[in-house]
Design a protein around this ligand. Structure first.
Ligand SMILES: Nc1nc2c(ncn2[C@@H]2O[C@H](COP(=O)(O)OP(=O)(O)OP(=O)(O)O)[C@@H](O)[C@H]2O)c(=O)[nH]1
Ligand SMILES: [Mg+2]
Length: 630
């Protein structure tokens, strides 16, 4: 029997934003819909479709889709395919757009117009949003909108994606999307993918040249500042030195700038613990609030300033347009281990969190490169590791300036980040040996013009990181802290017990069992038990340790750092650091790998090899540290 597929779509007029990478689609999308999607100055930021709503003055809603950027309608990577599928009406669960806003950068009309012509040929009603007109104006590029509109046979509106009033004209246009517009254009809406031919592209080339000629724009005007800066930043020697210096300074700042706000949060947490403790009589509720919630959550929140500082720098680098340059500089190095510069941005995104990093691997056209990038992305030091690293560094690496003013703790953090990168490169190198992949690919990557970071975008980006972090604190970390407190408090100690009550609890018993596995790498039972909830999210290790030690010591809201500094050996701390460089202590990452690779196989392989590496690294670190008498 023949079964036809019935698909249900959300109702309402659907408007899709389409354009080359980095032309400002998401910036416009955010302005139109009030969303806060990620905007950054490099190609391939958006990798999946995102929906928002635009409210017309009469109260009707338009569904707006933000899509990954694409250079043509012949997709070369999974992210471009998303856009092409939506335009062709082949996307799962989504109808074909009713309207397309084709976003074109006024600073690169030549490339943008080719895509406009292809989209127009699909028979979809198109309006051209001529974006970045502010930049074009500053560079003396004048575009006659009316003439461009006549030449293309399409409406053209100018926009500025970084100013609130920059979408006024586009809004007017969207407010005016009357039945007239729709019916007129829908008549030719009979696109079939097989209609496309490569020869259209060649014809478009000539058409675009004619249009540019008619507009008086046949000369390209390179951005002089960009050219000057690139001669420095892309220089193999100076460029590499600058890159290393930038990265090094970032880690220095993460420690030195964060000291004051961290101290404040610590004092506040301790004060809150004492205050709540003094209000309540000794007992279960007091223990839950003080040793469970305040100690556990406070232990994690204290690292917020460091996360904010790290992201401040990452966002600066993203917004300025420097990132693809770093990718280009490192292309050769990455090539030597079988990766291409294309993997750089997905890997760099993994410094925030492996999940967006793994998703950003969709921009990599070669399936093998994409898979290797996904497999090693969890080795990049995500921000969830920062609380663990900072706790252990703070407790075991003395604050001291070495080598003419460098802060020793900053260097330690740099080394840990570097260890992750080195691990990732080593794994990529081993995978290269396995594969039959020997040919070199040249890196084709768009280098955007440099621009000053937009303060609003920067603040939005920072706020989002704070929001994500606090949601984790209030969500998964809170839940697991409560579970941990429960496990560490019950059953209570029997009468006449000699040790601390926690030793008789579920956590104590379980910790001792697990310790059989972890003792060879120097972990005590407290660490062993904290690693279990820490599997869900890395920061939970810190809150879990804070709860376990708060319950053991009987102090009200005492800081965790001095406790572990006095109770653990340096060898144990170093071993735990090595564990966290490798261990996949994050269920969401494993789930994302499953989704992005289409099955459990790669997810389980990743988890397996990372745990094995973690155990090995910790074992070696612990033994070497012991032999050095640490
Ligand atoms: N000066 C100026 N900058 C803009 C304008 N529109 C966007 N930008 C900047 O251009 C960069 C790219 O913007 P995005 O919105 O991320 O571009 P996109 O088209 O969504 O890029 P992909 O998702 O990678 O395809 C960001 O740094 C924006 O701040 C504009 O009209 N003027
Ligand atoms: Mg985008």
């Amino acid at each position: 029997m023949n079964q036809s597929n019935i698909q249900f779509y959300p109702s309402g007029t659907l408007v899709a934003l389409v354009g080359n990478p980095n032309c400002g689609k998401t910036a416009l999308f955010n302005l139109l819909t009030g969303s806060r999607q990620k905007v950054a100055n490099y190609a391939g930021v958006t990798v999946e479709r995102k929906e928002g709503a635009y409210l017309q003055p009469d109260g009707k809603k338009l569904r707006i889709l933000d899509l990954p950027g694409t250079y043509s309608l012949y997709p070369r990577s999974p992210d471009e395919k998303v856009t092409c599928d939506v335009l062709a009406g082949k996307a799962k669960g989504e109808k074909r757009p009713d309207y397309v806003v084709c976003v074109v950068s006024a600073t690169n009309l030549r490339r943008g117009l080719r895509l406009v012509l292809s989209v127009k040929r699909m028979g979809l009603p198109v309006v051209v949003a001529l974006n970045m007109t502010d930049v074009a104006q500053r560079r003396g590029i004048k575009i006659d909108e009316a003439l461009l509109s006549t030449e293309l046979g399409l409406p053209v509106v100018s926009t500025v994606g970084v100013k609130t009033e920059g979408v006024k004209k586009l809004e007017h246009f969207l407010n005016d999307l009357t039945a007239k517009h729709m019916s007129e254009n829908m008549a030719v809406n009979t696109y079939n993918a097989s209609d496309k031919t490569e020869t259209d592209g060649i014809g478009d080339h000539a058409t675009v040249r004619t249009i540019l000629n008619n507009l008086g724009l046949n000369e390209t005007t390179p951005h002089q500042l960009t050219e000057k800066l690139d001669s420095l930043f892309l220089n193999p020697i100076w460029g590499s030195l600058i890159l290393a210096t930038i990265l090094f300074m970032v880690f220095q700042a993460v420690f030195s700038w964060a000291e004051l706000p961290m101290g404040l949060i610590e004092t506040m947490t301790a004060g809150l613990g004492e205050w709540v403790g003094s209000l309540l009589p000794d007992g279960i509720i007091r223990s839950f609030l003080v040793d469970g919630l305040i100690a556990g959550l406070g232990g994690v929140v204290v690292f917020l300033p460091q996360i904010v500082i790290l992201f401040f720098f990452i966002l600066l680098l993203e917004e300025s347009g420097y990132l693809p340059r770093a990718a280009l500089l490192l292309d050769r190095l990455m090539g030597s281990v079988g990766l291409s510069g294309r993997s750089f941005i997905p890997l760099l995104s993994s410094f925030a969190c492996a999940i967006p990093g793994i998703m950003a691997a969709r921009t990599i056209p070669n399936p093998r490169d994409r898979l290797v990038t996904i497999l090693i992305a969890p080795l990049m030091t995500c921000s969830a590791r920062l609380p663990v690293y900072a706790l252990l560094i703070g407790a075991f690496i003395p604050e001291k300036q070495v080598w003419g003013g460098f802060e020793q703790q900053g260097i330690a953090l740099f080394v840990l980040y570097f260890a992750g990168i080195l691990g990732a490169f080593a794994v990529a190198w081993v995978l290269k040996r396995f594969g039959n992949h020997q040919h070199m690919r040249t890196l084709m990557m768009e280098l955007p013009d440099y621009h000053w970071p937009n303060v609003r975008n920067l603040l939005i980006g920072l706020w989002q990181r704070v929001d994500i972090f606090m949601r984790r604190v209030g969500g998964i970390i809170l839940t697991l802290t409560i579970v941990m407190w429960f496990l560490a408090s019950f059953p209570s100690a029997p009468d006449g017990a000699v040790g601390a009550p926690i030793e008789y609890s579920f956590a104590g018993t379980l910790g001792r069992w697990l310790n059989v596995l972890f003792a060879p790498i120097g972990f005590n039972w407290q660490i062993s038990i904290a690693l279990i909830p820490g599997l869900a999210a890395r920061e939970v290790l810190v809150s879990a340790l804070a709860t376990v030690y708060a319950l053991s010591s009987g102090d009200d809201g005492g800081a965790l750092m001095p406790i572990i500094a006095s109770q653990w050996s340096t060898a144990t701390a170093l071993s735990l650091l090595a564990w966290f460089v490798f261990a996949p202590q994050c269920l969401s990452t494993i789930a994302t790998i499953k989704r992005e690779t289409g099955g459990w196989k790669m997810a389980l392989i990743t988890a397996g090899y990372l745990f094995a590496l973690a155990y090995l690294a910790s074992f070696v670190t612990y033994r070497v540290a012991l032999s050095l008498g640490l």
